[in-house]
Design a protein around this ligand. Structure first.
Ligand code: HEC
Length: 199
């Protein structure tokens, strides 16, 4: 009895296994195999950097939503030393760093310069004075604060200003821990405006 039952279960088990394997082998991997809504349409998968006429700007990749916050700082490839400590090669790279506003419209620049003004008031004015033209009360106690309205200050490129704000210069400390990357570029927009330096 037991022996017959064993043979029977072995045969049935073998058949079940063969059925399962045959089912898997015969399956077309490119077709979804269990359709609930057979009238559903499948769209072509979008490439992340591709084009799509239905999206704003015609591109799949869209700018982050309004109010999106950066998590951490963006990568900045130059060494974390003060501007005057950069090697000639790194100084040239800092100089040529055009920043995120190189292609921006005047409208965007003007709007972000307003934000830059508030950031300048918070992070720079206490030392450099209103519009960077000196006159802050701290001057008496902190000798050597630079006037940001001189020809020398106007001659810096945006990228050099970015490095100065990020890592400092001589007696000025770096501000990377106080201003986020995009905030530093906004401060530069504002500074350029009050210096009368055109991009
Ligand atoms: C704690 C005071 C202090 C703060 C805050 C400060 N700076 Fe400075 N900054 C200085 C001093 C001092 C110098 C002169 C450094 C030197 O040449 O020894 C300087 C120099 C500079 C220079 C170079 C000017 C030149 O002609 O070489 C720039 C540009 C500058 N600061 C921009 C800024 C900006 C933008 C901010 C705000 C993000 C800022 N600083 C915040 C003290 C400060």
């Amino acid at each position: 009895m037991n022996y017959k039952l064993t043979i029977l279960s072995a045969v049935l088990g073998g058949l079940a296994l063969a059925w399962a394997v045959a089912g898997l082998v015969g399956r077309d991997g490119t077709v979804r195999n269990r359709e609930v809504f057979t009238e559903m349409q499948y769209s072509v998968a979008a490439e992340s950097q591709g084009v799509n006429e239905h999206l704003p700007g015609g591109l799949v990749e869209q700018p982050p939503a309004e109010g999106t916050k950066y998590r951490g700082q963006k990568h900045y490839a130059l060494p974390a030393v003060k501007w005057d400590k950069l090697s000639p090669e790194d100084l040239a790279r800092a100089k040529n760093n055009t920043g995120p506003y190189a292609m921006a419209s005047q409208e965007v620049r003007d709007a972000d310069a307003v934000k830059g003004e508030a950031l300048f008031a918070k992070a720079c004015q206490s030392c450099h004075g209103a519009a960077g033209a000196l006159g802050a009360p701290v001057e008496k106690f902190y000798p050597g604060i630079a006037n940001l309205q001189t020809a020398a200050a106007k001659a810096y490129s945006d990228g050099e200003l970015f490095h100065i704000i990020t890592h400092g210069v001589r007696n000025m400390p770096g501000h990377a821990s106080i201003l986020k990357t995009d905030e530093r570029w906004k401060v530069i927009l504002y500074l350029r405006k009050v210096q009368g330096v055109k991009p």
